[in-house]
Design a protein around this ligand. Structure first.
Ligand code: MLT
Length: 400
């Protein structure tokens, strides 16, 4: 009989967002009349920007003609998209990278997990906590030792450089779930730590388009020395409405290396390319055309409008929650608001209370790790109408 990967037995019974979805459907089934407002998983609600939708429609018609039909594409992504990424996401911010350092994928979630394929199971992994559960779960699946860098309320939930030696360290800024954003100086401290300790930084910047403060960095490569120690993972999901379409990318600089068993330095770009060519046949042509349309003047303007729309929600949520005297962070340069559960409630009790008394769904902070206990995440990705209604319900429930 086949045996299982024993490491899976170290995981929680179910994935956080599946667990929430199950609880919400059970509640809806028991209360069919309830008008539930979902501010839990960060799924976009705005329809696709017209410039992107039109380009995808055009691309699908190309697929219907013999002369322009596309079969397998390059596993690393099409040049037209990689060149747009290089110009707009990096050159525009003074970062110079080459086309073969960009690997287009079917989204940041997959890349966050898959990147571990090319890394040893004996690495010690540091994860800032609270954290996007994919970082923790995928490392547990691989049997790696995980240590946490606990982020605390007193520090605005910003992580500090660890006082232990980690081989791999995950950073997410703007942060999911807390909405905290690292300054360039704070990021530099991690880059210096990584270069001094031979640590690989996995920098998740899926939410960088939500930064409005001009002083905050969007890419880790804005920090000197980061190409020697960091990969960066980006997503079109929230920026361009691709949660259902799927497209993202990972940057693996040529200078970045890790050691083999004999102590030789091996370029991770080569290894990741080897992994992707074996396991992945590339993101679909249609979604890559859509992603490229995001970088056109019309695409960018339309997506910026969507981001502004969500950030209006973020501001309303933050204002309402703080106005009720509840401590909260985030919502300024990130689409998440991280609030303390009122009356000393634990995260799941507050989840239940909010669902039962206000029919509003959020995400219990403890689902992002023990450091999130007693906290709760609200997302700005709802419609403005639903968000306003949810905040009215908050005021009715918690206003004195
Ligand atoms: C979240 O709600 O944390 C995200 O939407 C989940 C994801 O991006 O996979």
């Amino acid at each position: 009989m086949a045996t299982i990967n024993q490491n899976f037995l170290n995981l929680k019974e179910s994935y956080l967002f599946s667990d929430i979805a199950k609880r919400v459907s059970a509640y809806q089934e028991a209360h069919p009349e309830a008008e539930i407002i979902r501010l839990g998983i960060g799924d976009v609600t705005r329809p696709l920007a017209p410039a992107i939708a039109e380009e995808m429609a055009r691309a699908s018609l190309e697929m219907a003609k013999a002369e322009t039909f596309k079969g397998y594409g390059p596993e690393q992504g099409y040049g037209f998209l990689k060149r747009a990424i290089l110009e707009h996401d990096f050159a525009a911010r003074g970062v110079s990278l080459s086309e073969d350092e960009i690997f287009v994928s079917d989204g940041a979630k997959s890349d966050c997990g898959n990147f571990g394929d090319i890394l040893g199971a004996d690495n010690v992994v540091a994860i800032t906590e609270p954290a996007y559960p994919v970082y923790i779960d995928t490392n547990l699946m691989a049997g790696r030792q995980v240590k946490f860098i606990e982020c605390r309320a007193e520090n605005g939930f910003l992580p500090e450089v660890p006082d232990f030696k980690a081989d791999i360290l995950y950073l997410c800024s703007p942060n999911n779930p807390t909405g905290a954003v690292l300054s360039k100086e704070q990021l530099r401290a991690f880059v210096d730590y990584a270069n001094a300790n031979g640590t690989l930084l996995i920098f998740d910047s899926a939410y960088e388009q939500f930064i409005s403060d001009g002083a905050l960095p969007h890419s880790i490569y804005e920090v000197e020395g980061a190409k020697r120690c960091a990969v960066e993972i980006r997503s079109f999901s929230k920026t361009a409405g691709f949660t259902g379409i799927r497209c993202g990318y990972t940057v693996v600089p040529h200078e970045l290396t890790a050691r083999d068993a004999a102590g030789n330095e091996v370029p991770l770009n080569r290894l990741w390319n080897r992994r992707q060519t074996t396991r992945f046949n590339g993101a679909s042509y249609i979604s890559q055309r859509g992603a490229a349309a995001y970088y056109t003047p019309e695409g960018r303007a339309q997506c910026r409008e969507n981001v502004a729309y969500y950030m209006e929600n973020a501001k309303l949520i933050a204002r309402t929650v703080r106005g009720l005297g509840i401590p909260a962070i985030g919502g300024d340069n990130a689409p998440y608001i991280w609030m303390q559960c009122p009356d000393g409630l634990d995260s799941w009790s507050f989840f239940d209370l909010l669902l039962e008394r206000a029919q509003v769904v959020g995400t219990p902070g403890v689902g992002f790790g023990a450091a999130g206990e007693g906290w709760f995440r609200l997302t700005a990705f709802g419609t403005q109408e639903h968000t306003a209604r949810a905040m009215e319900r908050f005021t009715n429930l918690f206003g004195k």
